[in-house]
Design a binder for this molecule. Structure first.
Ligand SMILES: Nc1ncnc2c1ncn2[C@@H]1O[C@H](COP(=O)(O)OP(=O)(O)OP(=O)(O)O)[C@@H](O)[C@H]1O
Ligand SMILES: [Mg+2]
Length: 322
């Protein structure tokens, strides 16, 4: 029954009872009310207030909870729902609110998945162009320089040789960027080699020492899952290089209890509480896309050291029954 009619009904019933009591009982209210009459009037008033209070309390309590939850909603951390118990008029509202959250979360995750797929396709395209256009041009320049060196006089030859060195370094850099954009190792050599490649690239160029704890092989995984593991490891290692000031980092992949767990643990300064940028956001969304869970936290070891742990846990695909 709508709240309006409930309040009308309950107040009407109390007034009717009061009126009947006054009309049918010998009780009266004098022009100058006596103390005993005032007590009866006060008792009637108290009954009305208590009944109204009890009614409104049951009706409005879910609304208070709704208001509190509204302030906590953060679609980046989905799963928050209101209890749908109770039978008050707020129940349909709570149910509608939960359904709306469900739709918003679904919409958000599908649009994020779409955006990540578009980003992946764009990276592929840029990597391809870097390889085909810039890479080819630089290779042609290298060949031209080599040719020019053969017929150049001695002082010019030294300069040309220097130019060749610079061009070769640029070509190397272009290949490195293309490799970061499109993890060719992943498709050509598989997940473990691709992760080992990431570890090597991180240690190179004065990065922290990366200790690899990788199995020799993993079960066949869908390519989307492999790409998620690779991208999460890549972002976590990039964050270590950029923010952690770490000396070493462990890159581990383990299989246990039907789950695949990737861990990137550094011994750096530790991530500040609540830190969240596009990088961590992307890791969270990618994990969710393949049914995984990502956890990023500062850690303290027994010797009082600090650091950050990124842990991605994914369900292994179930084997088809023979
Ligand atoms: N391993 C780490 N050690 C210490 N701080 C970290 C570490 N990883 C992340 N952080 C902190 O968390 C913040 C958010 O990281 P996040 O990857 O989301 O964004 P970002 O690296 O700043 O930018 P980008 O969008 O380019 O990744 C960082 O700015 C940094 O302060
Ligand atoms: Mg980052």
């Amino acid at each position: 029954m709508p709240l309006f009619w409930r309040v009308c009904l309950i107040n009407g019933a109390v007034f009717l009872l009061g009126t009947l009591a006054l009309a049918l009982s010998p009780a009266t209210v004098s022009a100058q009310p006596l103390l005993s009459e005032l007590v009866v009037l006060l008792l009637g008033l108290t009954v009305i207030v208590l009944l109204n209070g009890a009614l409104l309390r049951t009706v409005l309590r879910p609304l208070d909870r709704l208001t509190a939850v509204t302030g906590q909603i953060d679609l980046r951390h989905p799963g928050l729902r209101l209890d749908e118990d109770g039978s008050g008029p707020a129940r349909p509202l709570v149910r509608g609110f939960n359904a709306m959250l469900e739709r918003l979360e679904l919409e958000r995750s599908t649009s994020t998945a779409r955006a990540l797929r578009a980003q992946e396709a764009e990276r592929q395209r840029i990597a391809q162009e870097l390889h085909d256009e810039v890479g080819q041009s630089l290779t042609a320049v290298l060949l031209g320089l080599r040719h020019a060196m053969d017929s150049a006089p001695e002082p010019v030859r030294a300069e040309l040789d220097e130019l060749r060195g610079t061009t070769r370094a640029s070509l190397e850099e272009v290949r490195r960027i293309a490799q970061r954009l499109r993890p060719g190792d992943l498709t050509d050599l598989g997940l473990i080699s691709a992760l080992a490649g990431l570890a090597r690239a991180t240690s190179a160029r004065n990065g922290p020492r990366v200790r690899r704890r990788l199995p020799t092989s993993v079960p066949d995984l869908p390519s989307a899952t492999e790409l998620v593991i690779y991208r999460v490891a890549q972002e976590a290692l990039t964050n270590v290089v950029r923010h952690a000031r770490a000396e070493s980092v462990d890159l581990g992949l383990t299989l246990s209890d039907g789950r695949l767990v990737l861990r990137v643990v550094d011994d750096g300064v530790g991530i500040p509480r609540g830190a969240m940028g596009a990088g961590i956001q992307g890791m969270l969304e990618r994990a969710r896309m393949v049914g995984g869970v990502l956890d990023v936290r500062a850690r303290e070891d027994r010797r009082g050291g600090s650091g950050t742990e990124v842990r991605l846990s994914l369900p292994l695909p179930r084997r088809a029954e023979p």
